[in-house]
Ligand binder design. Structure first.
Ligand SMILES: *Cc1c(COP(=O)(O)O)cnc(C)c1O
Length: 318
């Protein structure tokens, strides 16, 4: 097995800087899209934890799933290629068009199986048992890097934010980010609860799921993580800190409007920051709507750029 240098050190410490004033607030951005592996993003942060676990488990191949626009699949396929192990990706047939991510997944030599979405589960099981039958030691990663390891990655990211605040004598009243499978938000909220940070609100902007289901998934991830590290946490505290809004999901995953595209243009043209319309651009727009809808003023706001740069380029040439 080869080493993947970029994933050995999980102290990414991605930069945070001021972007713009909005409605009397100061908006800062944490550039997780700069994580130095496979175009970065939150899936790269999570992948660093899977990477270590794969080595620990002595696994010799990886099985995962995701759609054609999945940043997770790109990064896992890239990681496997770099480690010199096989990668098996199951994709739902309904997942829509090919994107730059799909092209990269293929380029990294992953074995892709496309099946109807209701057959994904069984197909994954079959691939796993087939590999085991052939003497392999497969490692399964849930879609989007969901699970306690993915959550742990963002508990650490929260720590980075805390250190930045202390070092630069700044306090973020709000943290916003795109919330999908919920692990990113779960990790941030766990970090906040562990550090007993009371005067700060983390808002997950749902890019697909509706309430209450979407919020429940985040909550389950939080509880699962605390259980996995034997940390006792009052349910009331979790309830209080978990802010997940579906007000800006539009018609669901991948749905965008002209305001989102205008925001994406603004960000690249005036700030040189690439954003895609499925995740980051949608969440950035959603954040601004949330600020207006809740009349938030005179606050320091941190937006986490969770990646998806290949999707930005995909949309640019469409
Ligand atoms: C997957 C993804 C998200 C959502 O992260 P979750 O941990 O699944 O909630 C946000 N932004 C980008 C760019 C992603 O690829």
């Amino acid at each position: 097995m080869n080493k993947v240098v970029e994933l050995e050190n999980t102290e990414f410490n991605t930069p945070i800087f001021f972007v713009e004033e909005f409605s009397d607030n100061k908006i800062y951005i944490k550039r997780d899209d700069f994580i130095p592996f496979s175009f970065g993003g939150n899936k790269a942060r999570k992948a660093a934890y899977f990477y270590k676990d794969i080595i620990k488990n002595n696994s010799d191949c990886v099985v995962t799933y995701g759609s054609g626009s999945s940043n997770h699949c790109r990064i896992i396929a890239n990681m496997c290629k770099s480690m010199g192990i096989e990668c098996y990706v199951v994709s739902p047939l309904e997942a829509g068009e090919e994107t730059m991510n799909t092209i990269l997944v293929k380029k990294f030599g992953a074995h892709i199986t496309c099946v109807p979405v209701n057959e994904v589960h069984d197909t994954l099981e079959n691939i796993m048992s087939e590999l085991r039958k052939n003497g392999k030691n497969p490692y399964q990663i849930l879609g989007g890097g969901h699970g306690d390891l993915g959550t742990a990655a963002f508990v650490d990211a929260y720590q980075e934010i805390l250190e930045f605040e202390n070092k630069n004598n700044i306090k973020y009243d709000y943290i916003f980010h795109a919330s999908g499978t919920g692990t990113t938000q779960a990790g941030l909220v766990c970090g906040q609860l562990i550090n007993n940070k009371k005067d700060q609100t983390i808002v997950g902007i749902s890019i697909a799921r509706k309430c209450p289901q979407g919020r429940n998934v985040v909550k389950e991830s939080i509880i699962s993580y605390f259980n996995s590290c034997n940390i006792e946490m009052d349910d009331s505290k979790i309830e209080q800190k978990l802010v997940f809004t579906d007000a800006y999901r539009l018609d669901g995953y991948g749905e965008a409007n002209s305001q989102i595209y205008a925001e994406i243009n603004n960000m690249i043209e005036n700030h040189g920051i690439p954003m895609d319309s499925t995740y980051v651009g949608k969440a950035y727009w959603g954040m601004k709507q949330y600020i207006l809808d809740n009349n938030i003023k005179n606050n320091n706001i941190l937006f986490i750029h969770t990646g998806g740069t290949p999707l930005f380029f995909h949309e640019l040439i469409k």
